[in-house]
Design a binder for this molecule. Structure first.
Ligand SMILES: Cc1cc2nc3c(=O)[nH]c(=O)nc-3n(C[C@H](O)[C@H](O)[C@H](O)COP(=O)(O)OP(=O)(O)OC[C@H]3O[C@@H](n4cnc5c(N)ncnc54)[C@H](O)[C@@H]3O)c2cc1C
Length: 485
């Protein structure tokens, strides 16, 4: 069958691979000039910034992410997989706590730093493992149709309070919600388990990060004869009521025939893509009303002699919004820093992320940028740098900011609707979007539909292909590689 995959992020490339392996004729069309703009990262002054994948959970042998990498046939292309990342939490009162990689190490570290909390932490980890164990896409031992989490077990914040965790530990566990841009009080325990759970099992990365993954997937797609077209945004879907999808219209004026379209961009685009009258307005209205995760201000910097490349740093509690982003109506921002392995020239890439809101920023994606916005961005960058140096004095004079990204940058860069960091927000009480749409032949996938992260994108792709061509066909190799371990 002829399939078009719209979008070449981790979701689109995974979907293309799974479809091509089943013998379908696949074309990937990407709006941007290059494949996987987010996942591939970018360079400044010769330094590589791994924006799409600096760290993943479940990378140990038998871990969920590792298993998917193997099932997709890309594991063999990835070098020096490490799972040693430690999270370091700096509190404003001067206290510093650490969460190492691996469940036993986490439990021991919690007991050591918060005496009496080790057993409750072990129970929390067991609870998360049980959640992870329910899904056939995350646990090869489960042989069932996928069922969506109903978010019924309350929030992470509620759990942390009822487990009796001390406030500092509550704040530390809450920071894992940063992985999907939702606050702990609105983050369901189920989704926390699916996104953050694997990070408690092991966390790390491999040499070359997101770019290495893109190259590995591209090599596999080439072998399978998949065509990839960049600078080719889907601008319309050709469909009728009787047949469903018949083809897609592209921004270069061409048309591609297909019977199936897997759309991995932001679903808010659908209203402009689907011919009027083919789906109920209420469906499109629901899609347009999906809430977004929080936008962020990002700093990209270099250092040589500061920060450990095996540590992620969180600055807690969050600074006051007025302090960092005056003029932007904003709930508390959160700040975390990530440092990559040294390059051959000894330089290390540092990425600092401050979650914020964008209420005071210009609407849309204006070019050229308004002068007052340019001024605001310059000020916000400088204030964030000062704030980080106050909290981590060892950085002052030892790092250099090379670039910064604001929510407007994100709108442009990841073709997002709002400039949010992780697209659609998956939160407590929200009804999940399904990959199946009201238009036969059109399927949705990606971080906006299931969950963010490289694992979320891969699983979402598998789920969408499973809904289209049968779950067992997709899960066969995932199950087989578990048997090989
Ligand atoms: C700064 C940052 C750091 C991150 N760090 C990590 C990390 O360390 N670990 C981790 O697991 N995750 C991380 N993530 C999250 C992860 O990168 C994303 O969740 C994931 O890459 C999303 O993949 P996706 O394929 O669903 O979406 P995208 O990568 O956004 O892909 C969608 C693609 O569709 C294209 N597109 C949109 N509309 C159209 C159209 N009409 N026609 C054709 N193409 C279209 C877009 O150009 C885009 O390339 C990070 C994200 C950010 C922003």
């Amino acid at each position: 069958m002829r399939c078009v995959v719209a979008g070449s992020g981790i979701t689109g490339l995974t979907a293309a691979l799974l479809l091509a392996r089943q013998g379908h004729h696949v074309t990937v069309v990407e709006a941007a000039a290059r494949v996987a703009p987010l996942l591939r990262g970018f360079c400044r002054e010769g330094l590589y910034f791994d924006t799409g994948f600096h760290c993943g959970g479940g990378l140990h042998a038998g871990g969920i992410l590792r298993r998917w990498l193997r099932a997709l046939g890309v594991e063999k292309h990835l070098q020096q997989v490490t799972t040693r990342r430690t999270e370091v939490f700096h509190f404003a009162d001067g206290q510093v706590f650490r969460l190492p990689s691996g469940q036993d190490a986490v439990t021991d570290a919690v007991e050591q730093q918060f005496p009496g909390s080790g057993e409750a932490m072990a129970a929390f980890l067991r609870h998360m493992d049980a959640e992870l164990g329910h899904s056939p896409y995350l646990n090869p031992a489960v042989r069932a149709e996928p069922a969506f989490a109903l978010n019924s077990a309350g929030s992470v914040a509620q759990y942390a309070v009822s487990a009796g965790f001390p406030p500092h530990l509550q704040a530390m566990l809450g920071t894992r919600c940063l992985l999907y841009g939702v606050r702990p009080e609105e983050s369901s325990l189920e989704e926390y388990s699916l996104v953050a759970g694997p990070y408690f099992q092991s966390s790390g990365s491999w040499q070359g990060g997101g770019l290495a993954l893109v190259e590995a997937l591209m090599a596999c797609l080439k072998e399978l004869g998949v065509t990839i077209r960049c600078n080719a945004a889907v601008t319309g879907i050709d469909a009728d009521k009787a047949q469903g999808v018949r083809g897609v219209l592209l921004s270069d004026g061409s048309r591609l025939d297909c019977e199936r379209c897997f759309f991995t961009g932001h679903p808010a685009q659908l209203e402009g893509l689907i011919p009027p009258g083919l789906v109920r307005p209420a469906y499109l209205h629901r899609i347009n009303e999906l809430p977004e995760t929080r936008p962020a201000m990002l700093l990209f910097a270099e250092t040589r002699d500061c920060l450990d490349e095996n540590e992620s740093i969180y600055l807690l509690p969050e600074p006051s919004a007025e302090e960092l982003f005056p003029g932007v109506e904003c709930a508390q921002p959160s700040v975390y820093l990530y440092c990559d392995r040294p390059q051959a020239d000894g330089r290390k890439a540092v990425m600092a992320v401050a979650l914020m809101d964008d209420n005071g920023l210009p609407a849309g994606n204006p070019h050229p940028r308004p002068a007052n916005y340019v001024e605001w961005k310059r000020g916000a960058t400088a204030r964030l740098q000062v704030y980080i140096e106050q909290r981590l004095p060892e950085l002052a004079g030892h790092w250099r900011i090379l670039d910064a990204a604001s929510p407007l940058t994100m709108r442009h860069w990841v073709y997002g609707a709002t400039g949010s960091l992780y697209g659609v927000k998956h939160h407590l009480g929200a009804m999940p979007m399904l990959p199946v749409t009201r238009l036969p032949g059109l399927f949705l996938a990606g971080q906006n539909i299931l969950l963010p992260g490289v694992l979320g994108g891969m699983v979402s792709a598998a789920l969408a292909v499973g809904f289209s061509f049968g779950h067992d066909n997709v899960l066969k190799e995932f199950r087989e590689c578990a048997e090989d371990e």
